[in-house]
Structure formats: structure tokens, C-alpha cells
Design a protein around this ligand. Structure first.
Ligand code: HEC
Length: 353
């Protein structure tokens, strides 16, 4: 599932490889089934438990039916290189991919259909907490997954970040009152909170937190991208898709969210790179280089990065390759070149100290 791969370290999915095999619409119709890669244990998205298949699996079955074929699930774990099986030809369809420019540019061999839902974030709090937003949680501890989009988001809001290795652990922290709230993907939050009258989940779909989600296929498979897109259009028009999503609590996400930011165009807009740089710096660099680049945390001996004047090329090379025999690691494969640029823009925009 795409969302597990969203963590910072996984942003470097291999791009542009060749599809191993070409399975166009015609050959799929002839053989009578569509192969779908899905994670066997990633609820609420997908699962190989027939009693609880997950909404992506249910939606994939509807899409296959629209093509006039049956669905055949190819179970593949997704926490590493989620989309590799699609690239390698293990299946023709991979659900749950973001309709966004960055993903498209990083994976030019994939075509993603029109979105069938918008993935937002969810704020999990006590049911009796009143109506809360992140802004109301100033100074309080909010549980987030380390290096997740939620962490980036709260990093420059005045909350105390409680960092956890997984979204589930962040949720459990709020459920145990170790944090006043947890902030994670809405579908997972709704799933984990199901049946818990003591908790509630509020959808938050501010810019940067909401992602239109579609179904992915290889561009090289003749006729398939168009057919899948049309199938998605039909399962939305008939209301079947909404019915599935509602059973997983996701329709309610749309009702409580602020609709405008559900537009796919939100993600296509250019963000100020300094904003991106600021969020990245606080997650990836500040523990050594100090908040806002004021200099070394514990050792105290690191140069003030906000005063860095070695020029972009040198900065890029240093961050990309790291510096041998020092704590300065290579960020190649963790950050994208755009992100290194954003870090540079951010640092050089800060007043010298
Ligand atoms: C684990 C600690 C650590 C982290 C995290 C870290 N750095 Fe460093 N960084 C260092 C150390 C230590 C040095 C000094 C290396 C040396 O002795 O030359 C350094 C040096 C640098 C320098 C060279 C400064 C100069 O003037 O020579 C740059 C630029 C830099 N880091 C950028 C970054 C950026 C950007 C990030 C985040 C993406 C980052 N660092 C994350 C430890 C860290």
C-alpha cells in the first residue's frame, strides 16, 4: 500500500523501469481475470482474510467486474518497494496510488486513474474532548509517526511532538492517554478507533494533508489505463464505490472535511520551497544542526548552517554524499534533489546570526 511508503526514507522509489510483461486489455479479457497486487495484511486497505478484505480489495473487485472479468489477488507485502511487483509484471492493477505530480514524475511508467477518494488525515482524541483542531492543542503532546506527513505538519505548529515508529503506535499512545491526540491517516485512524466509544476521529484535510487516490497500471499495457479510468468513473457514478468506502468509515471523512482541499489541483500547485525546506530541516537535520540551523545540539561544535555560504553545489554534494568519518550521513536515497534544493533555499533565507 502506497501510504506505508510515504515515510521519508521511502520517497526514493526506483523510477522508470521497464514493465517485464505487457498485459493489455485484450489479453486480460481473453483470459477472464485481472491480477491485482495487494498487501495481505494492511487493513483497512487490504487483507487476505475473506471476512475483512479491506476497501481497496473491494473496490478492485468492482473495477474488475466493470471490465467484465474476475479479480485475482496477488498478495505482496508493501512496506518495502510497494509498487515493484506491478513494475515486474506480477499483476496489472495496483490500488491506492496518489494522483499527484511528484508521484507521477518519480514513476513515469505508471498511469494513475481519476481519484476514487481523497485520503485525508485524522485527529484521534477522547470522545469527550469537545471539537478540537491541531491549533487548539498548543503546548500539548500529539502522537505522530516519525518522518510521516503528519510529523511534518505538526513540526511547525506549537505542539509537543510525541514520535512513534508506526501509525498504530501513535494511535495507541492517544488511546492510552500518553498523548492528548494522535494524528495519522484518516482511514487507519477510523479503522483503529472502530467500536471505541471513548475515542473520536476528526478528519483534517488542510493543504498538504489530503491526497486524491486512484488506481495504478503500467502505461505500457495497451488500452488498460483508459479502461481502468472509465471503470473507476462508473463505480463512482453508480454509487458502489461510495457504499464500500462508507462501510469503512471513509465517507464520513468527506462529510466532515473541508471540501475545497480535496481538489486534485492542491497537490499540483507549487509550494514555496522554503516551507518544504523548513519542515524537512526540522525532521531530518535539526537534531544535529539545531532548530533553524543555529548550530550543534549536544556537542555544540557544529557550524551554524543558517550562516552557510559555501554555495549550492557544495551544499548539494555534501548533503547527497555525506562527509566520511563524521556523523554527517549521505542523504542520497532519502531526500530527492528537489528536497535538497528546498533545504538550501530555506537555510539561505534565514537571517545570519
Ligand atoms: C546525525 C547528525 C547529523 C544530521 C542528522 C545532519 N548532519 Fe549535517 N553535519 C553533521 C556533522 C557532524 C557535520 C560536520 C562534519 C565535519 O566534521 O566536517 C555536518 C556538516 C554539515 C554541512 C557542512 C557544513 C560546513 O560548513 O562545512 C552541511 C551543509 C550539512 N551538514 C547539512 C545537513 C543537512 C541539510 C542535514 C539534513 C538533511 C544534515 N546536515 C543532517 C551532522 C549531522
Amino acid at each position: 500500500m502506497w501510504l506505508r511508503g510515504l515515510a521519508l526514507a521511502a520517497l526514493a522509489w526506483a523510477a522508470g523501469a521497464e514493465a517485464a510483461q505487457h498485459e493489455g486489455l485484450e489479453s486480460i479479457r481473453q483470459r477472464g481475470y485481472l491480477r491485482i497486487c495487494a498487501d495481505p495484511s494492511n487493513l483497512p486497505y487490504s487483507s487476505n482474510d475473506p471476512a475483512a478484505p479491506g476497501f481497496e480489495v473491494e473496490l478492485a473487485r468492482l473495477i474488475a467486474a466493470e471490465l467484465g472479468v474476475t479479480a485475482r489477488l496477488e498478495w505482496r507485502a508493501t512496506y518495502v518497494r510497494a509498487i515493484k511487483p506491478l513494475r515486474d509484471g506480477a499483476c496489472e492493477l495496483f490500488m491506492g496510488l496518489p494522483v499527484d505530480r511528484r508521484f507521477r514524475e518519480g514513476n513515469p511508467w505508471i498511469a494513475v486513474s481519476r481519484p476514487y477518494y481523497t485520503m485525508t488525515h485524522g485527529l484521534v482524541t477522547r470522545a469527550d474532548a469537545g471539537s478540537l483542531t491541531i491549533a487548539d492543542l498548543k503546548g500539548q503532546r500529539v502522537a505522530v509517526e516519525l518522518a510521516s506527513i503528519a510529523e511534518f505538519y505538526v513540526a511547525y505548529r506549537d505542539v509537543v511532538r510525541g514520535l512513534y515508529k508506526t501509525q498504530e503506535q501513535a494511535f495507541q499512545a492517544a488511546a492510552r492517554d500518553e498523548a492528548v491526540a494522535a494524528f495519522l491517516w484518516f482511514p487507519l485512524a477510523a479503522w483503529l478507533a472502530r467500536g471505541r466509544a471513548d475515542l473520536k476521529v476528526v478528519a483534517v484535510s488542510d493543504e498538504g494533508l489530503a491526497f486524491p487516490i486512484g488506481a495504478g497500471v503500467r502505461k505500457r499495457d495497451p488500452g488498460l489505463a483508459e479502461a481502468i479510468d472509465a471503470a473507476v468513473e462508473r463505480v463512482l457514478a453508480s454509487g458502489q464505490a461510495q457504499e464500500v468506502l462508507a462501510r469503512y468509515g471513509i465517507e464520513s471523512a468527506r462529510r466532515t472535511s473541508r471540501e475545497p482541499s480535496c481538489s486534485p489541483f492542491v497537490l499540483v500547485q507549487e509550494k514555496d520551497p522554503r516551507e518544504t525546506g523548513r519542515a524537512l530541516f526540522s525532521t531530518a537535520c535539526s537534531r544535529c544542526h539545531g532548530a533553524e540551523g543555529v548550530g550543534g545540539g549536544t556537542g555544540g561544535a557544529l557550524p551554524k548552517l543558517r550562516n552557510y555560504d559555501g554555495g549550492y553545489d557544495k551544499f548539494y554534494r555534501l548533503v547527497w554524499e555525506g562527509r566520511k568519518n563524521t556523523a554527517m550521513a549521505a542523504f542520497k536515497g532519502i531526500l530527492s534533489p528537489d528536497e535538497v534544493r528546498a533545504l538550501y533555499e530555506y537555510l539561505t533565507s534565514l537571517p545570519r546570526q
